[in-house]
Write a new protein. Structure first.
Lengths: 370, 370
């Protein structure tokens, strides 16, 4: 065995997305102790940058030291207790995973299931909440990575709030790619991933919790079942202005990288980042349509950063993806769940969202599908 | 806010330890998709290298995508179910944390508590197991990072096995620094951390599980309460030879770094690494004694890689550590728990375990304490 030197790829799958040299350089800076004053200052700055990205004033805004699926679990295990009822909206893999998490902490999930490729219906949520008066929280995915659908987070949250429910939102693929307003939309708990539109290395999950959520966590009847994800403990470590209490050893270098990727987002500006994702998505749409490919999702709620395309008749899924990878160094994503073998997922996230990548992707596909 | 450029430190605390340029370079290589064939090959190689480090043939040997405390939780939530009884040996902070994890998954902990700075008594374990015949597992810390004590893992496991118990061992600070034989000692579940004697960046937790442990996990009555740490699911992702089933997005770059640090360990050879830790520890001991400092732990079970030193009378804990950091760029660890304010922890782990670091540490302390 010897030192691993990867062949470089263009990452246009569902994540990780291309990581810029600037972020990789930050990642490789000398490791500090996790209680070093320099690092504590960096944690504070990272919190501020995350508040910018999430568009929130929430003091509890930080990064869980594990991937997005641990961020999901952190939101659910801290807010849900045995016996609680949660409405979970499912229109893809990640909604299913939320339900699984609710069940594993002893909660009961009332499921609103929509077709793959369709949005969760706000009317259906309204009906379900009118029919059930003991619902503690409503959970849904903002940008479904498995289908490329944008759910109407603002409207779903407004309905949930009218019924006095907490709102738990998966923003793994939305953060930094499309509009997301934690405070204005009244999102109580939200998690994301470092490796999507932030174009940082995979392994971290930015999260944010409202004061309402914190109040619920502080007044729990049962201890949080996960020690590692217990916010009552993590707060002492990430909480601003307090003396840091050791909880776990933060992934120091990964946080250098997250800080750098968030700086880049701040420099570009959120609105500009959203516009870029939209524009580059339009370019991709034109290109894909020019070679006869079609989208699996209606234009009205299509995600610019995650394009789900129907595999054309006669094309062999694995062969095409294999050729793109081997002949062109291009990664696109396979279909997941019900879309396996039926769709491809083309990511345009963060640093990967450029006209150059679109041209490369469309021309490579044209060549391979010819 | 601007790009973060840390001032370089010498990391001689309880971890993270100094990370070599070679590992940092590996870390910064271009990110691959986590299902890229190149990366899957790297996961397989990393498994082999971890089997070498752990001295095991266990097929389930991999890295949890989160820090050591998540590794601890992974071992306990997968093996323990509500109603199970676990003997937890406590002689420091991390034993207490194991107990906390047992309780949070509905288990009952029978605690064997020893003084801080002392070993867990094998006789006491024998007595407790003779008095209780319903014990499912015995859990203890091999190298207590909070006290600098080595517990007699071989003997404690032998006793546990005579009573038909599973063995769960914390090897966060021992892996790569002192002898650890998973198979020979009959350890069923073991977790470590990347940032100690492996001198990789913090954020990963190598784990290994015996066939016996796997059998127990497969035959559980209740689902594992953590979705993120459920080995039944993770197995499909890391399991050798199988088609990879997506579970979470692996922290790709951190695994490049782990692979490189394990390669370095293999190149040096485990026995040579242990000898180096012993020899350099002797050099440190001589140096510290030459300036009048004394150890908190008896020589017979002192860890070479984590030296717990009594703070001399008249020295102010925070002032001394602050001056070491600011004047000499040297990080040593504060005391933890009962040792807070009473002891310092000087790490000699992995790449930080060199005569140069010892000289720097002793001379810096001589200067500051003068």
């Amino acid at each position: 065995m010897s030192t691993f030197i990867p062949q470089q790829r263009t990452l246009m799958g569902p994540g990780p997305s291309d990581v810029s040299a600037r972020v990789l350089n930050a990642l490789a800076r000398p490791t500090l102790g996790h209680l070093d004053p320099q690092f504590i200052e960096l944690m504070d700055q990272t919190g501020d940058l995350l508040r910018y990205a999430f568009n929130t004033q929430n003091s509890l805004t930080m990064s869980i030291s594990a991937p997005g699926s641990a961020g999901m679990e952190a939101c659910i295990v801290n807010l849900i207790e045995p016996g609680d009822t949660v409405v979970v909206c499912i229109n893809g893999v990640f909604g299913m995973r939320m339900k699984e998490n609710v069940t594993r902490c002893g909660g009961t999930a009332i499921v609103i299931e929509s077709e793959w490729g369709e949005q969760t219906s706000p009317e259906e949520l309204e009906n379900v909440l009118q029919a059930n008066d003991n619902v503690k929280a409503v959970a849904f995915v903002h940008a479904e990575t498995s289908t490329g659908v944008r759910n109407d987070a603002q409207r779903l949250c407004a309905i949930a709030k009218q019924h006095g429910c907490l709102t738990i939102v998966d923003a793994v693929t939305s953060l930094g790619g499309i509009e997301l307003n934690i405070d204005e939309w009244q999102i109580d708990a939200c998690y994301s991933g470092s490796q999507k539109c932030l174009s940082c290395v995979p392994g971290l999950s930015p999260v944010t919790f409202s004061e309402t959520a914190l109040e619920v966590i502080r007044n729990r009847q049962h201890p949080v079942q996960s020690w590692f994800l217990d916010l009552n403990l993590i707060l002492g470590y990430w909480g601003a202005g307090t003396k840091r209490a050791y909880h776990h050893t933060a992934p120091v270098n990964s946080i250098y990288a997250l800080h750098e990727s968030l700086l880049m987002l701040q420099e570009e500006g959120l609105e500009n980042a959203f516009t870029r994702h939209k524009k580059v998505h339009e370019l991709l749409r034109e290109g894909l349509e020019s070679i006869g490919l079609t989208f699996a999702v209606d234009e009205a709620y299509r995600l610019p950063q995650l394009n789900v395309i129907l595999i054309p008749e006669g094309a062999d899924d694995a062969t095409v993806r294999g050729r793109l990878l081997n002949e062109f160094g291009l990664e696109i994503g396979a279909g997941l769940g019900k879309f396996a073998g039926k769709a491809w997922r083309i990511g345009l996230m963060g640093s990967a969202c450029t006209p150059r990548n679109v041209h490369h992707c469309v021309e490579s596909l044209r060549h391979v599908l010819a």
